[in-house]
Design a protein around this ligand. Structure first.
Ligand SMILES: Nc1nc2c(ncn2[C@@H]2O[C@H](COP(=O)(O)OP(=O)(O)O)[C@@H](O)[C@H]2O)c(=O)[nH]1
Ligand SMILES: [Mg+2]
Length: 310
């Protein structure tokens, strides 16, 4: 990457930004010493995770929130992560259509990212993309992800603050606990509050999530489709962020996140150094016949690792 691209990135050039994000999507990382210098900027952006079941209204809420951030003089980047294959879901298209109103606004950048069914490395990629967006001057970065299974929660690792979006139909407490969503949220939203059952869910949530917690976790009712309740949610986000900042939780989360990233990078580097063609060949040989499989896997691993110099 040359200096021009980096200057362009700092100047919020949308085309270079898009290209760099594609590079991260494909390669899983960016390795660039010049870019490294800009990383000090990346902690200034607020990273918000918006997660919940498919169809709960995450995109609709995000779309409505953007207005409030802009009015508050904050530049916004949105990454909508879809864990399904691009061939199966119409949601990416839906997101594009809905958020299209900002396509000429240089203070807003929205991008869908498909995982093609592979969740591995997702949070790492999202971290890098968040960094890149922060370098272009975004003050707020929103990660929208579908939270249906354990893997998806990985995305929480990239956020300073996580919002869980639910709908009245999710009223079954057991279902909520099973979904594992309760633990990870800082703020909860009961969207589609135009439907019946929303008050019951709100009450149930309030009593469930605030047991044994030092910090209360608020629940908001919204009708995203009509823009209702979004202002309260926006104010709630700002308040929560300040709370996390003042209490030191935010700093702790960022430190933890940083530590995990450094560890992961070291692990990846070690692994890629370890798997020389010679060792790969040894592994193939050790596993190429039933006869060879009689040796214990521990012994086989030991033999391959024999020459390792750590
Ligand atoms: N009735 C109702 N429908 C809504 C509301 N918010 C969003 N929707 C609709 O729910 C569908 C899914 O919304 P979307 O934002 O794409 O959900 P996502 O999959 O969580 O991102 C869309 O057809 C929206 O128009 C709401 O408050 N009430
Ligand atoms: Mg969506």
């Amino acid at each position: 990457m040359d200096k021009v691209v980096i200057q362009n990135l700092e100047a919020n050039n949308q085309r270079d930004l898009s290209r760099l994000i594609t590079k991260v999507e494909n390669d899983g990382k960016i390795n660039n010493i010049t870019l490294d210098k800009l990383f000090k900027k990346t902690n200034q952006a607020i990273r918000i995770g918006v997660t919940g079941p498919p169809g709960a209204g995450k995109s609709s809420i995000t779309n409505e929130l953007i207005k409030y951030f802009i009015d508050n003089d904050q530049k916004v980047g949105v990454i909508a992560i879809d864990p399904t294959s691009p061939f199966s879901g119409g949601s990416l298209l839906g997101d594009r259509v809905r958020m299209n109103q900002y396509h000429n606004d240089e203070n807003v950048f929205i991008r869908s990212m498909s995982t093609h069914g592979h969740l591995g490395g997702l949070s790492r990629k999202a971290q890098y993309i968040g960094d890149i967006l922060a370098i272009t001057g975004k003050d707020v970065i929103i990660f929208e992800t579908v939270g249906v299974g354990q893997g998806e929660y990985e995305i929480v690792n990239v956020a300073d603050l996580t919002i869980i979006v639910l709908v009245p139909e999710a009223g079954d407490e057991v279902q909520l606990m099973k979904a594992g969503l309760i633990e990870i949220g800082d703020l909860f939203v009961v969207n589609k509050s135009d439907r019946k059952g929303s008050e019951q869910l709100t009450e149930k949530l309030k009593s469930t999530i605030n047991i044994n917690k030092e910090i209360t976790r608020p629940v908001f009712n919204t009708i995203a489709k009509e823009g209702k309740g979004i202002e309260e949610l926006f104010n709630g986000i700002m308040k929560k962020f300040k709370e996390l900042e003042d209490s030191g939780y935010l700093l702790q989360r960022r430190i933890d996140r940083y530590k995990v990233r450094v560890k992961n990078i070291i692990q990846e580097n070690l692994l890629s150094k370890f798997w020389t063609s010679n060792k790969k060949e040894k592994l193939n040989q050790a596993t190429n016949s039933l006869q060879n499989l009689k040796k214990s896997p521990m012994a086989a691993a030991e033999e391959i690792m024999e020459s390792i110099d750590l």
